[in-house]
Ligand binder design. Structure first.
Ligand code: ADP
Length: 290
């Protein structure tokens, strides 16, 4: 019988995930495999509490620049919480308290002099449910540029963002129509276009395709692979096949005995799915728990 791991492995080779296996992974001598990349975000001893509940316990992680990293793991293990820390969205949850460091290009994002609005401009976010504003398609994208103080040719910028988000052809003749008139998959790509309009360097996506049909899901995945050359992308997904199809690196989170979220293992996606270093990862990806 073919195991799920083997099936995933085959699927990955079919979708041509770039190989970053140990043999051809260039790294300076003596540096462990997982540290041999330029990280744009570094989480150091990250702990998150909601009131008295210790939701995320001591996460240490580097996010590789210009690549796609997926967060996987059972429900409630803190994937979204960690994601939200990366652009200070947890500031908006009154009971949330964040300890540790979130370094963006070496700068601590929680430092006093850091403006959270600027953080969210540089580190954009796309949510599970597409949330276009009840405004025209054009205005949805232009809004992103305006909050960024954009003074150039707005129509050109709107077009560029819609092209980059792979939705231009579908909407170019109806830019004045409401963003809400689009299908779910189109709305999500519109939200990605809106995020691109603030000229971010990092895009965080929290289960962006979980409310979408399979064809829209594939379109979003294809789009992410295209954006990867210019952006650093982090995606939370409950769908392991999606992580295998779309990401270069995968981070597996789980729960400890106190039901706190912990990072179990991070590494090249191919390795995590075919040769994980931790038995808990293996149990999860082979469907034995979670
Ligand atoms: P995941 O994304 O892996 O499903 P979450 O980050 O959403 O996990 O949640 C981690 C833990 O924190 C869960 O126990 C969840 O119930 C709790 N949690 C998440 N958001 C809040 C919140 N706003 N208030 C209180 N607890 C929360």
């Amino acid at each position: 019988m073919v195991s799920e791991t083997q099936q995933l492995g085959e699927k990955m080779s079919r979708v041509n995930i770039p190989s970053v296996s140990v043999e051809n992974f260039h790294r300076p001598k003596g540096v462990p495999e997982d540290e041999a990349f330029e990280s744009v975000i570094d989480l150091k001893n990250l702990n998150v509490f909601y009131g008295n509940f210790h939701a995320v316990n001591n996460v240490n992680l580097g996010i590789k620049k210009n690549s796609i990293t997926s967060f996987i793991g059972p429900s409630g293990c803190g994937k979204s919480t960690v994601l939200r820390c990366i652009n200070r969205m947890n500031d908006l949850i009154p009971s949330a308290r964040v300890e540790g460091q979130i370094l963006y290009q070496g700068q601590d994002l929680n430092a006093r002099n850091v403006d959270p609005v600027e953080v969210r401009r540089r580190i954009g976010m796309v949510f599970q449910r597409p949330n276009p504003f009840p405004k025209s398609i054009y205005e949805n994208v232009a809004w992103g540029a305006r909050i960024n103080g954009y003074k150039g040719n707005m129509s050109e910028l709107v077009e560029q963002c819609l092209v980059r988000a792979a939705i231009w052809d579908e909407v170019k003749d109806k830019l004045k129509e409401s963003g809400l008139s689009l299908s779910g998959g189109q709305q999500q790509r519109l939200c990605i276009a809106r995020a691109l309009a603030t000229n971010p360097e990092i895009i965080l996506l929290d289960e962006p395709a979980s409310a979408l049909d399979p064809i829209s899901t594939l379109k979003i995945e294809e789009l992410l692979r295209e954006l990867e050359t210019d952006y650093t992308i982090v995606i939370v997904t409950h769908n392991m096949q999606q992580a295998a199809r779309v990401s270069d690196r995968t981070v597996f989170y789980s729960l400890n005995e106190e039901r706190q979220g912990i990072l179990v293992e991070a590494g090249p996606t191919e390795k995590i799915f075919t040769n994980p270093g931790d038995s808990r990862t293996e149990a999860y990806i082979t469907g034995r728990f979670g």
